[in-house]
Design a protein around this ligand. Structure first.
Ligand code: MGD
Ligand code: MGD
Ligand code: MO
Length: 766
């Protein structure tokens, strides 16, 4: 018995005869996630990478050989010594001939929980110890918001998320919650870095029984728990900004807004009002105007605006609204609407960046200043906005815009990935596979044979969390977990730390990488750093040995109900925001000065290229590719829970009975989903839960091309990223825009398909 921690929660593991036989819920968690159990069967099944391997023609003929064979050629097994030598020699070659900037190691991804064995920290620290690498900025979760929000509220978005008004405050004070993107409890199973106790379901139920009226503004009814009374407003995907502007116009036209609040706490309402009234473009953003765009009646929009004024209202905007073209606008528009209402800073009122989207949002925990593995200094200044990877690989030397600056894409010759899966997360996978052929070498550390590992030249097998001791420490979660090692490393797998330390040794950088500490010594060091920082906040943490003996440590509750930016709202002079004006910027001179046509100086409705209201539509259905409820992204897609909801082995596609009937599709049929970028096969799940004109395919099915040698091949399994567009949200953030995607669906009439995503590649043993 011992404890382990994952992004989906903490579990007690049971080991029998050297195997993990069960994961039991953590005693502190009243609503554990079922996701964890899937790992048990996967620790040593056929999808596990058991030894280092090298793509055959790369091994035989050197770097850059037949990159078009990535993803379809067999591998040759090598021993660790050979693998380390190959990696070290190849890194040295690239550094010597092209410089460190030719190494791309954004290595974006969630990896596993555990503060020390965090794959990104390890790979970044390692590469910094040998001269650096080209990095990536921001996340796939909400890059658009990460770049725009500091211009509006003057702080880092990640910090603001932990300051969100707590559920405690909402339960006591909020009468009405506008939930853009719903309150998807499926998503609250997850918290980045781990979570000790799942709180969101209890919180939603408590708020609902305290009388909170929840309005679900979303294309999907089940974005709110089915047994909660709510109003479902079926907003056309990607039109929320028009909806919000229509409400803002109503407040303005009917003089229902709080002028004193705007005056005291904001700048830029004049420019915003000019825009709402259509003074420059001749189009007033009335509720009728918004009705046309959103598909929601003007009277509904007006009624909601009037109701908001009368009640204590919370506007909650999910992160999915940022993963669309012009994804900078929804958060900005929502902040502007909340400011016009004048309830920001009041208990239960104002704006929030989504509740339930992950488990920590709206908790009442004191944010702890925990330590982490220092990553060293990156001597390379080159970077890309995270979702511009294909653009970078395809267009070296080309200019790109980002947050007011102009930068150049470096010429990448080597990719190193540890702890993320671009064949899961990136858009337009056909285009990415072409781009992926550009570098001479791709090196991947992973533990399972997913599409990323298959598309590498050198694959180094790493351990899972159950095979190593660690500290589960998430500054946004009250539980710190002493993670025990349950079993020995499977096959020849090694911890990422061990992998990098061995390569660093061959490159003369071992001491820079390890600083002479073992994994255990680093964990103790992280704990001690954390204790020192906590002491400054008057929080006393136990000593390291007591913590290890106890199994976990719980940090203190905040002690009062958190209200978003309460200091600023109680004293805006002394607690001015970090914006140029010190106030909330409804118009930003800075953003305006960039002169971007796709991100002007105030919240603006800008139609995406692909949406249901487009004049020219080559495809008739809007695809939403949301988060999978049975797993985290691509992780554990090979497990039982994920498999249990597939339809004949394919990812389900949710579609409305009306759209299904029009295409002769019935529940359970195999369908081909397609557009001009690609196609995939899904199983039809016909449901009234999704609005007409919209289809939903959750992400995470392992990419499984029908013809592996064809970069544009159909995916047999149902990965929606063969369909999604690879465009930036705007020149400002260049974030991912997966949710602005049109497709069509037809009955699949081709030959029977065998899913091969979980068949490991062919491996030659020497
Ligand atoms: N169409 C569409 N696409 C999306 C989204 C969407 O809504 N729609 N959502 C986006 C979002 S929000 C996100 S955050 C991304 C997520 O994208 P990712 O975070 O890249 O997805 P994961 O599947 O979590 O990838 C984690 C990888 O790390 C590996 N791994 C786990 N533990 C370890 C370890 O200890 N060491 C090493 N070396 N590897 C390990 C796993 O096997 C897996 O390959 O996807 C994005 N993509
Ligand atoms: N189980 C599970 N939970 C997860 C994850 C996971 O992989 N699995 N991933 C985690 C991660 S990395 C992240 S970033 C968060 C993301 O959390 P979110 O961004 O909230 O996640 P999604 O599931 O993509 O979107 C939620 C809902 O938004 C709605 N939606 C989509 N487009 C629009 C739109 O244009 N307008 C409106 N009004 N609604 C729209 C969809 O109906 C969708 O079901 O989830 C986290 N939680
Ligand atoms: Mo995310």
């Amino acid at each position: 018995m011992g404890l382990t921690s994952s992004h989906w929660g903490v579990y007690e593991f049971v080991v029998k005869e050297g195997r993990v036989s069960a994961l039991q819920p953590f005693s502190e968690d009243s609503d554990p996630s079922p996701i964890g159990h899937s790992i048990i069967d996967l620790l040593d099944d056929k999808t596990r990478i058991s030894a280092p391997v090298v793509r055959q023609s790369w091994l035989e003929n050197g770097p850059g050989t037949s990159p078009d064979k990535r993803g379809c050629e067999r591998f040759v097994q090598v021993n660790w010594e050979e693998a380390e030598k190959l990696v070290a020699t190849e890194l040295e070659r690239v550094i010597k001939t092209k410089g460190n900037r030719a190494i791309y190691a954004g290595s974006y991804g969630w990896a596993s929980a555990g503060r020390f064995h965090h794959a990104q920290s390890q790979v970044h620290r390692f590469l910094n110890s040998i001269g650096g690498y080209t990095r990536s900025n921001n996340t796939y979760s909400f890059a658009a918001a990460e770049v725009i929000v500091p211009h509006i509220l003057g702080s880092n978005l990640m910090d603001l998320l932990t300051l969100q008004t707590s559920w405690q405050s909402v339960c006591k004070h909020t009468d009405l919650m506008l939930a853009f993107g719903g309150l998807p409890l499926f998503n609250s199973q997850i918290s980045n870095g781990g979570t000790g106790a799942h709180i969101q379901k209890t919180a939603v139920l408590a708020a609902a029984s305290a009388g909170l009226r929840i309005v679900n503004l979303s294309p999907r009814r089940s974005d709110i728990k089915n047994d909660i009374e709510e109003q479902w407003i079926k907003v056309r995907p990607n039109t929320d900004v028009a909806f919000i502007l229509g409400m803002a116009h109503t407040l303005l036209a009917e003089k229902l807004y709080d002028a004193a609040f705007l005056d005291r706490f904001t700048v830029g309402s004049e420019q915003l009002f000019d825009y709402l009234l259509g003074r420059k473009d001749g189009t007033p953003k009335t509720a009728t105007w918004a009705a046309d765009i959103t598909g929601i009646g003007a009277s509904t929009i007006q009624a909601l605006a009037r109701e908001m004024v009368k009640k204590r209202t919370m506007i909650s905007v999910n992160w999915s609204l940022t993963r669309q073209q012009h994804g900078e606008q929804p958060f900005w528009a929502a902040i502007a609407l909340a400011a016009m209402l004048g309830q920001m800073g009041t208990p239960g009122g104002g704006v929030a960046f989504g509740y339930t989207v992950t488990n920590y949002l709206g908790n009442n925990v004191k944010k702890m200043p925990y330590g982490s593995l220092p990553q060293g200094k990156n001597a390379v200044s080159d970077f890309i906005p995270v979702a511009r990877i294909s653009d970078m690989l395809l267009n070296p030397g080309q200019k790109f815009h980002y947050d007011g600056g102009e930068y150049i894409y470096p010429d990448i010759d080597l990719i190193y990935w540890a702890g993320g899966n671009p064949f899961h997360h990136h858009q337009d996978l056909g285009r990415m596979r072409k781009a992926w052929q550009k570098p001479s070498t791709v090196i991947v550390n992973d533990w399972c044979w997913n599409a990323l590992a298959r598309h590498a030249d050198i694959v180094l097998p790493c351990t899972t969390t159950l095979e190593r001791q660690d500290i589960g420490m998430n500054p946004r979660d009250p539980y710190v977990i002493s993670m025990d090692k349950a079993i020995d490393a499977v096959g020849e797998a090694r911890d990422d730390f061990h992998i990098f330390a061995s390569i660093a040794r061959r490159m003369g950088a071992e001491n820079r990488f390890t600083e002479g500490r073992t994994a255990e010594e680093w964990q103790r060091w992280i704990w001690e750093q954390s204790s020192k920082k906590a002491a400054k906040l008057n929080v006393e943490m136990p000593d390291y040995e007591s913590f290890r003996r106890a199994g976990f440590y719980k940090s203190p509750d905040l002690g009062e109900d958190r209200i978003f930016l309460s200091e600023f709202f109680s004293d805006p002079e002394n607690f001015a925001l970090g914006t140029p004006s010190g106030k909330i910027e409804l118009f930003s001179k800075t953003v305006d000065s960039f002169g971007y046509d796709d991100c002007p100086g105030h919240p603006t409705w800008l139609a995406p290229n692909e949406w249901l209201g487009a004049q020219q539509k080559d495809f008739q259905l809007h695809l939403v590719s949301n988060q999978p409820r049975t797993k985290l992204h691509s992780q554990l897609d090979n497990g039982k829970l994920s498999q249990s909801i597939k339809i004949k082995g394919h990812e389900p596609i949710e579609l409305n009975p009306y759209d299904a009937k029009a295409r002769g599709i019935t529940d359970g049929d195999l369908v081909r989903v397609f557009n001009h970028r690609g196609a995939c096969i899904c199983g039809a799940y016909v449901t009234e839960d999704v609005m007409r004109g919209v289809v939903i395919i959750s992400t995470g099915s392992w990419y499984d091309p029908e013809e592996p040698t064809n970069t544009n091949s159909m995916c047999k399994h149902g990965n929606p990223n063969v369909l999604s567009p690879d465009i930036g949200t705007s020149k400002l953030a260049q974030g991912p825009a997966a949710h602005s995607c049109l497709v069509d669906v037809e009955l699949y009439k081709g030959p029977p398909l065998v899913i091969t995503a979980f068949e490991p590649p062919q491996i030659l043993k020497k």
